[in-house]
Write a protein that binds this ligand. Structure first.
Ligand code: F0G
Length: 459
């Protein structure tokens, strides 16, 4: 008999204690945080699934790199190692380190954005959208329609609607569309992967219009694993080769190393165009730092370079993707409405189906996320009408998001299977008592990225 159990392919060298709170304590903590889980102190959270960003456990080799980092202001050895690793992976000519992904976005869209411009993507993540909007440009999401049906099982629900893109490019041309973006995996569409075929076709379309094509590469390795395991003809190739092919179709990328870089901080902008690179470095020096460190310490660059090599380990990726699917399969078997198939970095509960008695304007995702914290000290993140909906400041019109999801993002190499069993049990318990969960309303909100700081109250 062959052994089929997939284990965590690491052993644990340093541990961090977790502390349980009581339900009455959590009740008080929630109220004090204005029912916004971003306002809860991490020490009051038992299992923190708010994000997979910057929350990875680093390896012994990465920690060794931290000590070995070269902290020279200019031309540090750690930069050159980082540059070599990123160039080998992506093939791009200019590698510009930034302190995290959104800093790369900010620089890119400060150059190519601006009033009257449109930036299409399969789906922009919230910081990308915000950086585009801050520049005066418009962020356009073009997901495939299958992405909007959580229960539909399909291989590449993260893909871009290519017909929609073609129509947009035909109408607006390169005068109004300075760049096309592709987010892999598609975080705003439940971490669903994008196929190599789709990346290739979008690249060809962009080239025919002479419009640069960029990849938002935060989760490139997870995406490449899905391509390897799902796309015809890819099984025999290494994840690294597939990642290299993905990048070969693009003219540049933004990357948050806090995801598949397996580091707690770091990012980069990579481009082929010399003029764009020059403009980006000029902004970088003003806002981030000298081009050979760009907002990071030498030790961060060292750990980042090491992380980018480790993340391509296929035993790691098999375990990583399976550990997310494990939770989705268990929830699905219990009848809990969950986005299918499992994505790369997170489990997404379908709050609209979980709480059908709460209409979108009463924020079912926020209600479910708060209930989950109250139930088990688990912190998740609403990705629905709080994050992507709009409320007219005059108090009238409410515009819902296309889906009401609650994301349980799984930090890399941090939690074990029994932590996940606990999460599944808490969600099951909540599901059996779902009729008692009430909606919420927003009491106060900032003008941009409201989900981070809005204040809520239960209805
Ligand atoms: N692009 C995508 C697809 C992301 O998921 C994120 C961050 C960013 C860009 C920005 O990178 O945080 O390093 O500035 N996503 C995190 C999340 C915050 O929780 O999904 P950053």
């Amino acid at each position: 008999m062959t052994i089929t159990t997939i284990i965590e392919p690491f052993k644990i060298k340093a541990v961090e204690p977790l502390r349980m709170t009581t339900r009455p304590e959590r009740q008080g903590i929630l109220a004090q945080a204005g029912y916004n889980l971003f306002g809860v102190r991490a020490e009051h959270v038992l299992i923190d699934l708010l994000t997979d960003s910057g929350t990875s456990a680093m390896s012994a080799a990465q920690w060794a790199g931290i000590l070995d980092g070269d902290e020279s202001y200019a031309g540090a050895r750690s930069f050159y190692r980082f540059e070599r690793v990123v160039k080998e992976l992506t093939g791009f000519k200019h590698i510009i380190p930034t302190h995290q992904g959104r800093a790369a976005e900010k620089i890119l869209f400060a150059i190519v954005g601006g009033a009257g411009k449109l930036i299409p993507s399969n789906s922009h993540f919230d910081t990308t959208r915000a950086n585009i909007e801050v520049s005066g440009a418009e962020a356009v999401d073009l997901p495939v329609k299958e992405a909007l049906t959580p229960s539909l099982v399909q291989d590449f629900k993260g893909n871009m609607n290519i017909t929609g893109l073609e129509r947009l490019l035909k109408q607006k041309g390169r005068e109004q569309v300075p760049l096309v973006m592709m987010t892999v995996t598609n975080n705003s569409c439940a971490g669903q992967p994008v196929s190599m075929g789709c990346i290739r076709r979008v690249s060809e379309l962009c080239r025919s219009y002479r419009i640069p094509f960029f990849i938002d590469a935060c989760r490139f390795a997870e995406n490449a694993w899905f391509i390897k395991t799902r796309e015809p003809g890819c099984k025999g190739r290494s994840v690294k080769q597939l990642a290299q092919e993905m990048f070969s179709y693009a003219d540049g990328c933004t990357m948050s190393g806090k995801k598949d870089g397996l580091v707690n901080i770091g990012g980069f902008l990579a481009v082929n165009d010399d003029d764009l690179a020059q403009q980006a470095r000029n902004i970088l020096i003003v806002t981030e730092g000298f081009p050979t460190y760009g907002g990071l310490a030498g030790r961060d660059l060292e750990a980042f370079a090491q992380g980018l090599e480790e993340v391509l380990d296929e035993d790691y990726l098999r375990y990583r993707i399976r550990s997310v699917a494990y939770v989705v399969d268990k929830l699905d078997a219990m009848g809990v409405p969950v986005f299918k198939p499992a994505g790369g970095h997170a489990v997404y509960l379908d709050a609209a189906a979980f709480l059908p008695h709460i209409p979108p304007r009463h924020l079912p995702g926020q209600a479910l996320a708060c209930a989950l914290y109250l139930e088990g000290g688990i912190r998740a993140c609403e990705i629905g009408s709080v994050m992507f909906g709009r409320t007219d400041p005059a108090g009238g019109q409410f515009q819902p998001a296309p889906m009401e999801l609650v994301r349980l993002a799984i930090p890399r190499r941090v939690y074990t299977q029994s932590h996940m069993d606990y999460v599944v049990e808490c969600i099951g318990e909540l599901f059996s008592r779902r009729d008692g969960i009430r909606g919420m309303r927003i009491v106060a909100e900032p003008p941009l990225l409201r989900h981070f700081t809005a204040v809520f109250e239960p209805l």
